[in-house]
Design a protein around this ligand. Structure first.
Ligand code: SF4
Ligand code: SF4
Length: 80
């Protein structure tokens, strides 16, 4: 069930992330949240939401988050 909703996924390099949360603000489907653990720089990095509730649409692989990230710390993968 989770898989056919999720058309894309992202991988965030949590050590590069500076915690600006622009990716969270710009994701049209609310797929990114703030991690509870600090990274080595002392920021709480962004993290991908793996779980999708019934009402939510999964990641579409739109690349908005990767384009907006000033640290270039997001890679986007699209399902074939
Ligand atoms: S936009 Fe980049 S640097 Fe900013 S919170 Fe997201 S992953 Fe981190
Ligand atoms: S690729 Fe698009 S839908 Fe997926 S997390 Fe990034 S902004 Fe959100």
């Amino acid at each position: 069930m989770v898989d056919n909703k999720q058309r894309g996924k992202i991988v965030i390099d949590r050590q590069r992330c500076k915690g600006c949360y622009l990716c969270i603000e710009f994701c049209p489907f609310d797929r990114i949240e703030v991690d509870t653990e600090l990274n080595r720089k002392g920021y709480r990095p962004a993290r991908f939401k793996e779980e999708i509730s019934d009402e939510e649409k999964g990641c579409t692989g739109c690349t908005m988050c990767a384009l907006i990230c000033p640290e270039v710390s997001i890679e986007v993968y699209r399902a074939k």
